[in-house]
Design a protein around this ligand. Structure first.
Ligand code: GRF
Length: 193
């Protein structure tokens, strides 16, 4: 059985979409995989309540003096599930190069823009401010450079008159919930994980 560990910091809707899809359609099971655990760096992450039927852990970044110490503790927690895939799903901590290298080839992120445009934060407002006509989301491999790494899938949505960062984020999020499970399925089918 291939284990998947999902890291979150907030509402966890991508994580919930992956778990829901797995439970409803048994697609992970058919691919010989399961979501083994959800780990949050915030004890109050609302998404934790939605992580039904899987192990839940908190590694609170505020308990550690340095980024390196936090990442070492996080790595210890993640490794206890021997994961084939580690998914960042709204995980709002920058990870050290050592952590990223440790999971090379099995660390994946979803970012709410059409990379390489708008790396970092506030992607939707920046897309609106730039006058973009479309926006979207990208699933990509994680490398030490923030929001870089091989693009695995993208979804495009229109920007419409009257959009705010919130309305655009909601439109993009519906697509995120579709493409992240698709990429996981592809990776489990094709990659030697
Ligand atoms: C998503 O927009 C994701 O692309 C970004 O953070 C947001 C997380 O949303 N990395 P959720 O926690 O999955 O609801």
């Amino acid at each position: 059985m291939k284990n998947i560990v999902i890291l979150i910091s907030g509402s966890g809707s991508n994580m919930a979409a992956i778990i829901r899809a797995a439970q409803r359609e048994h697609w992970l099971e058919r691919l010989g995989a399961r979501v083994a655990a959800v780990i949050s760096n915030r004890p109050d992450a609302p998404g934790m309540a939605q992580a039904q039927g899987v192990a839940r852990e908190v590694v609170d970044h505020r308990d550690f003096a340095t980024r390196e110490e936090f990442d070492a503790a996080l790595q210890h927690a993640v490794d206890s599930y021997s994961p084939s895939l580690v998914l960042l799903a709204g995980f709002m901590r920058i990870l050290t190069p050592n952590f990223v290298r440790h999971y090379e080839g099995r660390l994946i992120n979803i970012h709410p823009s059409l990379l390489p445009a708008f790396t970092g934060l506030n992607t939707h407002q920046r897309a609106l401010d730039t006058g973009c006509k479309v926006a979207g989301a990208t699933v990509h491999r994680v490398t030490p450079e923030l929001d870089h790494g091989e693009i695995l899938a993208q979804a495009v949505v229109p920007i419409v008159v009257g959009d705010t960062a919130a309305t655009l984020a909601a439109r993009v999020l519906t697509q995120e919930h579709l493409i992240y499970p698709q990429v996981i399925a592809q990776l489990l089918q094709t990659a030697t994980l």
